[in-house]
Design a protein around this ligand. Sequence first.
Ligand code: ATP
Ligand code: MG
Length: 295
Amino acid sequence: MSSAEKAASILPKLEPEDLRVLQAVELGMADFEYVPLDHIIKYANLNPHEVEFRIGELNKKDLLYGQPGPYRGYILNYAGYDCLALNALVKADALEALGRPLGVGKEADVYEALTPDGSRVAVKFHRLGRTSFRETRRKRGYVADRRHVSWLYQSRLAAEREFEALRRVHSAGVSVPEPLHRNRHMLVMSYIDGYNLADVDSLDDPEGFLDDILRNVGLALSAGVIHTDLSEFNIVVQKDGEVLLIDWPQFVSRDHPNAEAILRRDLHNVLRYFKRKFGVERSLDEALTQVKGGA
Ligand SMILES: Nc1ncnc2c1ncn2[C@@H]1O[C@H](COP(=O)(O)OP(=O)(O)OP(=O)(O)O)[C@@H](O)[C@H]1O
Ligand SMILES: [Mg+2]
């Protein structure tokens, strides 16, 4: 069972005091590598015996870890953090139930979910702690040089960045999932029925589909946003044949010093794929002109 599935199945059994203890550990993680018990007691504002008891139970449920050795301290794991985010979104009436996985990978888990009014949405849990910190910092330039940067902070930042990018490009008319809510490392967006371009064997009109991609890249650029990870894996062919661009946490803004090179690399990846898979020939300069013509 994934951590999100575990969190969704445990959440209904948690009491408000359990959530207060989890939240106290979360709060302490900004300052401590392992949050000492007395701090958890202070932040949770519950009596010490109660906190000890709850911690034991939460530990058994595998929502937090204890530090071995003489200094007692605790940290959340992903399932614990997922519980806090899910709980907040349920309280805000943004979510009702978690559904089947749509894509579970290295840096994010995406699930189908239901809202209280019965509509289907997609939720994305960002997970940046699965690669080493050095690796993540190299790949994701936006992790500020903080002394204590945890997976928790990085994952939340990725969700914030993606929400921000989606908000900007969605209101500029780019074909992307509509951003609906965000809490911690978790993003709620409209559910889109379709296939990843990488899994599609043929397109009715590959030239026209490429034009649509470039038009959307141009619209994003006019909103000041460059994707930076554009490829057949982050382009969806919707059931009605429309283009959809997904996966925006690593975007850069148009005034980034390497904006031009990054945009070229995005386009290069797409053009290379269209050439190899669909035999479509389009030069980088031509594609750039198309993109900038729209921007
Ligand atoms: N709004 C959505 N509606 C339906 N399916 C979605 C939606 N967003 C993402 N998906 C599915 O989830 C998969 C992963 O999403 P996304 O590309 O945003 O995450 P990712 O960061 O690439 O994850 P990883 O790095 O783990 O592969 C997508 O390839 C797509 O199949
Ligand atoms: Mg992706």
